[in-house]
Design a protein around this ligand. Structure first.
Ligand code: GLN
Length: 480
């Protein structure tokens, strides 16, 4: 029997190479576990019928390459339903794309395929990645494996739950405002968003193009590093991906300096009391590890959520204009062309997606463009500049990932603003393009259940290595 709970990518690789078990055996163990748990958790929307065949192919590679086998050969992964896999459905959790099949592989998928990774299936998500709970999926919510009356976070909730329930060794998600990090913190796994431009967006269905990045959900920081090293790099098919020379690792000094925004401990902190306590305990551990901790002022930070919720819908409204029933997916015919568009989009999109399209067209409309969109872009620049100044002084900004642990299913669905508030600590990384990681930092009790929390580290552009170094140190202190 393979102990899936104990397994990481790094460990599985060693076992595969030394012949302790085959890729087929690992894959079958995951498929069995998914079979048992997925009907309740709903982490996966589909399990691919060729998973075992992919594993057999991986076993052949391992046999010929032996010790030279790539770290991801034979490693079973889950893939968020907005990342294209050739020939497979990519519904983005939406009715409008339910019948859509991808005609090409996303660049990240292509790289993983070339390294011999196994794609187990499509992970559930909030429709078009809009949401913080996975309750906006057109195919039913995902439940949190730690407490099935609670949400797994979102929008990559299916991907996070898949890793947390031992339904995959790692998962690809997407992070536009926190969609990898927040579900990672709710589900007790590592969640990582690379620097904007570090990973190609080619084949990731666009939500807000200037913020979107493919991110990772894994069990350890080491595993994140392994997958990131495989998928990163310049891609001529994504003009915003960065030339490899720029993404070269910048070395940091031996002591990691950590900045803690002062607003976190102020009276009107957005954090629940025991989340703040957990954060302070984490900071003490980091201090014991020899990290320097320093209070920093980030006065513009409070504007990051409003800025995000203006620029993001503006881009959403423009990106989603392509779903009109003519080219992709669902088509509902009306009395004329205009009615075709209206019926298709009215029927195909869920309430949250329609809300954001309306908001986006409003903030971009002639009369309001200057007051909303233009102003938000100016404030975005102020926030970015302020953070860049902070990074002259510290290597990392530390915060909790989310102000609360996982909330109850249904608790926030009728109150969009309370849903948006769970992104209050994650969006600044997206609006400034910084890399950020969420690492499990312990648990708090709610209704007799232990719920995971996450510690978030954000670094300056292309300083992923600092995040990984600090993350591994923190994991050791946590006894992981
Ligand atoms: N929860 C945020 C939102 O609803 C972030 C989404 C994301 O990162 N895709 O927009």
């Amino acid at each position: 029997m393979i102990d899936l709970n104990e397994l990481t990518i790094a460990k599985a690789h060693k076992h595969l190479v030394s012949g302790d078990f085959s890729a087929k055996e690992i894959t079958e163990s995951y498929l069995e576990n998914i079979e048992e748990k997925n009907s309740d958790i709903n982490a996966y929307l589909e399990i691919f019928d060729d998973a075992t065949t992919q594993a057999e192919e991986a076993d052949k590679i391992i046999k010929t390459k032996g010790k030279e086998t790539s770290a991801l050969t034979g490693i079973p992964l889950a893939v968020k339903d907005n990342i294209l896999i050739k020939g497979r459905t990519a519904s983005c959790g939406s009715k409008i794309l339910e019948p859509y099949k991808a005609s090409y592989d996303a660049t990240a998928i292509k790289k993983l395929r070339e390294s011999g990774a196994i794609f187990l299936g499509r992970a559930n998500m909030d429709e078009f990645a809009m949401g913080s709970s996975t309750e906006n999926s057109a195919f039913g919510p995902t439940k949190n494996p730690h407490d099935t009356s609670r949400v797994p976070g979102g929008s990559s909730g299916g991907a996070a739950a898949a890793v947390a329930m031992d339904g995959a060794l790692a998962a690809l998600g997407s992070d536009t405002g926190g969609s990898v990090r927040q579900p990672a913190s709710f589900c007790g796994v590592v969640g990582f968003k690379p620097t904007y431009g570090a990973v190609s967006r080619y084949g990731l269905v666009a939500m807000a193009s200037s913020f979107d990045q493919i991110g990772l959900l894994t069990k350890t920081v080491e595993d994140t590093e392994i997958v990131f090293n495989t998928i990163k790099g310049h891609d001529p098919l994504d003009s915003t991906s960065v030339k490899s020379s720029k993404s070269e690792i910048i070395n940091h000094k031996s002591e990691i300096k950590i900045g803690v925004p002062s607003f976190l401990s102020q009276k009107d902190t957005p954090l629940e009391k025991d989340v703040l306590d957990n954060f302070n305990t984490s900071l003490n551990k980091l201090k014991e590890l020899g990290c320097g901790i320093k209070e920093i002022e980030l006065s513009s930070m409070e504007y990051s959520l409003p800025v995000y919720y203006i620029i993001m819908p503006a881009e959403v409204s423009s990106n989603l204009a392509r779903f009109d029933g003519m080219r992709y997916g669902l088509r509902t015919e009306g009395e004329d062309l205009f009615a075709d568009y209206a019926y298709t989009r009215g029927k195909g999109f869920g309430a949250e997606v329609r809300r954001r399209i309306l908001l986006g067209t409003y903030v971009l409309s002639a009369g309001y463009h200057d007051a909303y969109y233009k102003k938000a872009v100016s404030v975005q620049n102020v926030i970015r500049k302020e953070c860049e100044n902070v990074f002259e002084d510290v290597d990392i900004i530390a915060t909790p990932t989310s102000p609360t642990p996982a909330f109850k299913l249904g608790e926030r669905v009728s109150d969009p603003v309370s849903m948006y508030l769970s992104d209050v600590l994650t969006v600044f990384a997206n609006i400034s393009g910084f890399p950020a990681i969420s690492i499990p930092s312990g648990t708090v009790e709610r209704d007799g259940k232990s719920l995971p929390l996450g510690l978030q580290f954000t670094a300056s552009h292309f300083r992923e290595n600092v995040l990984f170094d600090a993350g591994k140190k923190f994991e050791t202190a946590q006894g992981m």
